[in-house]
Write a protein that binds this ligand. Sequence first.
Ligand SMILES: NC(=O)c1ccc[n+]([C@@H]2O[C@H](COP(=O)([O-])OP(=O)(O)OC[C@H]3O[C@@H](n4cnc5c(N)ncnc54)[C@H](OP(=O)(O)O)[C@@H]3O)[C@@H](O)[C@H]2O)c1
Length: 262
Amino acid sequence: MQRNFIVTGGSSGIGLAVIKKLSDDPSNRVISFSRSRKKIERAIRDWDLKHKNVEFIEGDVSNDADCKKLAGYLKKNDYKVHGLVNAAGVLTRGGIEMIDYEQWKFNLDVNLNGPYLLTRHLLPFLKEANGASIVNISSVASLRPGTSIAYSVSKAGLDMLTEFLAGDLAPYKIRVNSVNPGLVRTPIHLDNQIFDNEKEYEEMLIKSTERYPLKRIGEASEVASLICYLLEDESSWITGSIFKIDGGVLVYNDLLPPKNSK
Ligand SMILES: NC(=O)c1ccc[n+]([C@@H]2O[C@H](COP(=O)([O-])OP(=O)(O)OC[C@H]3O[C@@H](n4cnc5c(N)ncnc54)[C@H](OP(=O)(O)O)[C@@H]3O)[C@@H](O)[C@H]2O)c1
């Protein structure tokens, strides 16, 4: 049976890793939804050409008209939607004194309003699949204050959206779950100018590994494996759950240092 999956932010990082996994099954049709042509071309250039079952559609998840257009495309082609992965995300660094209102709105628009808009517009197609799954990509920053006030708040809102939708959409057999990664090496930090240069970024990655009990940061493919599990019927009794995937970084609480740590 042909199944259709929509992955926002499929041109890069975690979204791209999901697309790679899903497209390994030739009976899947995978549709990526993201903004920049340049990033799409970067993804296609690095692409294993045997994967022909992927379409890259340009659009902004925070733009109502773009989301409507995607729904129109699905309707025109008579596509049901078996899975929606809300992976598109942005990150602007800083606390209340650094983040201005424009940046605040930008983070909330993409990271929180985007998943809301897409879920709303794609609902008719998700219902038709009779057992669809939505996976929202949140962050451990939703559970503890992190690099950015706007990002943390947007992701905390996304966690609640996940839980709310799980109850709301259960009558339609639509499951909704959240995957909350710790630090994963993807272009997000450099593409969003979180660091001035690559050297600074690499130094941060090395420093960060120390905070992780498993002494390493994550790979996009590891996060994609959990996302793909939640898309499949193997996870058919899981809904409304928030899954940390973080090398154990939230195990320790700074207020309570572990007795045996060196
Ligand atoms: N990497 C990490 O350490 C980490 C940790 C925790 C959570 N996450 C979350 O994981 C998700 C994926 O992040 P990533 O690390 O894979 O980042 P990434 O490599 O920068 O990929 C982000 C993707 O989102 C797309 N995107 C951004 N704004 C968009 C918009 N308005 N409309 C449509 N697409 C948009 C980007 O393409 P365009 O810019 O061309 O649109 C790109 O394809 C994000 O939600 C992020 O918050 C990442």
